[in-house]
Structure formats: C-alpha cells, structure tokens
Design a protein around this ligand. Structure first.
Ligand code: AMP
Ligand code: MG
Length: 414
C-alpha cells in the first residue's frame, strides 16, 4: 500500500494532465449564441465609442463662453434656434447667443460645446435664461471617450458574458471568433447503476454522476457527450471507451480503485497508456490519468463527492486549458469557525458554507465530509483547501476557499 508521501501531489498531477492539453481551434459564432464562449483572438474597435460627440442630458446645447458673465442677479439670455432628438443630426450650427434644445444621446450641433440640463435653466417661449457660468464640455460625451477607434476592447481568452456581449454589440460586431468547445465524453461505470426515472431493483442505485458531470462540463464551458454507463466488465468497458472516439477528453467515474471489479486501469493500460494512478488528495485519491492514442482519459472515483471534487481540481482546469481561458475558480481567504481535522497526510478539500461578517468571510463545514454524501456537496458554497502537511485548523485560523457560490445578499428591506 502506497504511503501518502509516495503519492503524486495535486499540483504535480494537474501539471501532468495539463501538459497533454492544447487550446482548441476557433470558430465563428453569432453574438446571439456566444454567451459563455471564450474569445479566440482579441477584438479591436473599428470605430470610436461614442461615434460622435453627444449630449449626456436632456437640456440645451450652448456655447459655454456665452455664459461666463451669468449670475443669479444678471442671467444670460439665449435664443432657442433648433431642436435635436437622439438619432437626428442638426443642420443648424449654434452661434454665440443661441441654444439648441437637445435630448440625451443626440449629436451636439456644430458651434455648441456644452449642454445645460433642463433643471438648471428657465425657458420663456424661444428664450432661455442661464443664471450661472457653465464649464465648457459639461454634459457632453466626447467622441471616443469610452473607446478609441482601433483600441483592443477585449483580449483573447475573455469569457463572453452580458457586459462583454454588450461591448461587442456597441462596436458593431455581429459575429465573433471563439474557441471551439471541448467535447467531453462522460462514462460512468458500475453494475449497480440505474438511470433516474427507472425503477430500482434491490442492490441498485441511481446514476447521479453522469447527470452531475454533464452539468459540470457544461458550466465549465465544455460540450458534454454522455455515454451509456458501462458494466463492471473489461469487455463492456472497452466497448464503451470506443464510443468516446472523436471527443477531446474522456471522463470516467468509478471503477478506478482497488476493488475486485475496478477495471478502468486494466482497460486503459490495454487500450492506451496510464500516466499516473492515485493522487495525494482527499476526497479522490484513486484518480487515474492516461492517454488512449491522443485522447486524454481522466478516471474519476465513483463516490459522487470524490467525483465532483476531482472534476473541480483536474477536469475543470483541463477544460479551461482547451479553451485558453483563465484556469480556476475565484479564491478567497476565510476565517475558519470550527476545528477541522486533517490527519492522514493528504491535501484535503472540505465542503464548506460561507458567511460574511464585519468585512471578512467565515467558513464552516457544510456537513459530514464522507465522500459518498451528496447532501453536504449540495449545500457547499466552496472547497476549503488544507495542505497535506497541516494536520488541523483551529477556530480563528485563516484558510483559502475555492468559491462555487457566495452566500446571497440579505433580502432588501421594504
Ligand atoms: P467505485 O469507484 O466504482 O468503487 O464506486 C465507489 C462508490 O461510488 C460506490 O458506492 C458506487 O456505488 C458509487 N458510484 C459509482 N458510480 C456512481 C454513479 N455514477 N452514480 C452514483 N454513485 C456511483
Ligand atoms: Mg464501481
């Protein structure tokens, strides 16, 4: 039996997986379908934003110099000679002593350099009264003040969410070049597995890993390709592996440990090459990694918690590598609120809940840490990482949490 110190560290195991993975080619996608996709190349603005100087308020476009002598006792009077709405272009230049009624977003008429909001003036027929001096340029958005023409607006590797999609649209882009989504074949193994919705015979359980991993792949930017579960039999497993052909990555669950019917390693060493088996982490020690031709196979343990934790630590980074995007979940420093025992000499990923108090995050165990327990997993807001050589944490100690989800804000009053 391998001692913990002889096992591969998490960092080394991850490095060996990532060394086999290259960014995928790009494809063009319409803006309507690019949510969550990753830019394959930087995007440059072909025009300035805003494209023309325009008003940031509903008010009057004026010449600021005209207002320099204005005071409450001696206001300046200007003649309203033009109306401009958003989408219109004024044909009437503004001369000294004149003003144009202008709406937010409308182009500033030539000659005007400033906008005074409705609320700061009084209007009498076609005359306008200004009773304090205006700063030249006030309430005007200059052309290019947001984005200059030619500027790089988004770098390669950026994930496209609502703000980035808004920006692409603003510079007139209808299609973007994104990295192809990695196709991830998902294969659960086990004679005991039954699809949810089917009746359970004695000794059987529902296959929770396939739907869970499918969702995890999708939310990490991959394209899941579930394969029907394989029985614990080398021939059945070998046949199922065949169905992963053409995928970018094969993720299996179960059958990787030391049980009598754990055939993933056997079949992998027949069909391809094992790079490593077993990692110094908890949960998830019996992780296996290898290549079948050029198809990487990451064999996750069968226990659902072990499967998801090892997905997070090894598969998610691999997907991000395929995509050329940043690698990991956000990490925060937390104060530990209870004693956490980490004997056993392995890097441990505790499922925790988070709480914010006085500007600091606090973490507690989300429930029993048994790797078969799904309720703890479903309650968890992140993984608290404890180093292999740290046998315990005490209340008040600091630790790092990989965040899945922050606790929601309290419901607003009223
Ligand atoms: P194994 O790694 O195959 O020894 O499985 C470890 C534990 O995880 C056993 O209790 C299995 O029944 C369970 N398990 C394996 N695969 C799945 C799955 N797809 N869904 C739910 N539980 C599973
Ligand atoms: Mg099994």
């Amino acid at each position: 039996v391998a001692k913990p110190a002889e096992l591969l560290s998490v960092a080394e195991a991850r490095r060996r997986i990532l060394a086999t993975i290259h960014r995928l080619p790009e494809e063009m996608v319409n803006l309507e379908h690019c949510l969550g996709r990753v830019l394959a190349r930087p995007v440059h603005a072909s025009l300035p934003i805003p494209p023309f100087a325009n008003s940031s308020m509903d008010g009057f476009a004026v010449v600021a110099a005209d207002t320099q002598s204005a005071a409450p006792g001696s206001p300046v009077r200007l003649r309203i000679v033009e109306h401009v709405a958003a989408g219109q272009v004024s044909g009437h230049p503004i001369h000294t002593g004149e003003a144009a009624r202008i709406m937010t977003g409308a182009p500033l008429p030539t000659g005007a350099d400033t906008v005074v909001p409705f609320e700061d003036v009084t209007e009498h027929g076609d005359m306008l009264t200004v009773s304090s001096p205006l700063r030249a340029g006030a309430c005007v958005r200059e052309a290019g003040q947001d984005i200059a023409a030619g500027e790089t607006v988004l770098p390669a590797g950026e994930m496209l969410l609502a703000p980035q999609i808004g920006l692409l649209a603003a510079v007139g882009i209808a299609e973007v070049s994104v990295v192809r989504r990695p196709v991830v074949a998902i294969l659960s193994t086990g004679d005991e597995l039954v699809a949810p919705g089917q009746p359970l015979a004695p000794g059987q359980i529902y296959n929770s890993n396939t739907p869970m991993l499918r969702a995890a792949v999708e939310s990490a930017g991959g394209e899941p390709r579930p394969i029907p579960p394989a029985r614990d039999d080398p021939a059945a497993l070998a046949a199922a592996l065949e169905q992963a052909r053409g995928a970018d990555l094969l993720v299996t669950s179960g059958g990787a440990s030391v049980g009598d019917y754990d055939y993933v390693k056997t079949v992998l060493s027949g069909a391809g090459d094992i790079d490593f088996w077993r990692v110094r982490l908890r949960p998830g020690k019996p992780l296996v990694f290898g290549l079948i031709g050029d198809l990487p196979l990451i064999g996750l343990p069968g226990n659902p918690t072990s499967a998801l934790v090892t997905f997070e630590e090894f598969v998610r980074p691999a997907l991000r590598c395929f995509l050329g995007a940043s690698l990991l979940r956000p990490e925060i420093e937390v104060i530990v609120d209870e004693e956490i025992d980490n004997r056993g000499g392995r890097e441990t990923y505790f499922r925790v809940t988070l709480r914010q108090e006085g500007g600091a995050f606090h973490a507690r165990l989300a429930g029993p840490q048994d790797s078969a327990m799904l309720h703890t997993l479903a309650r968890a807001e992140g993984l608290l990482v404890v180093a292999a050589d740290q046998p315990s944490l005490q209340p008040g100690d600091r630790a790092v949490v990989q965040v899945w989800q922050l606790p929601p804000a309290p419901y607003p009053e009223g």
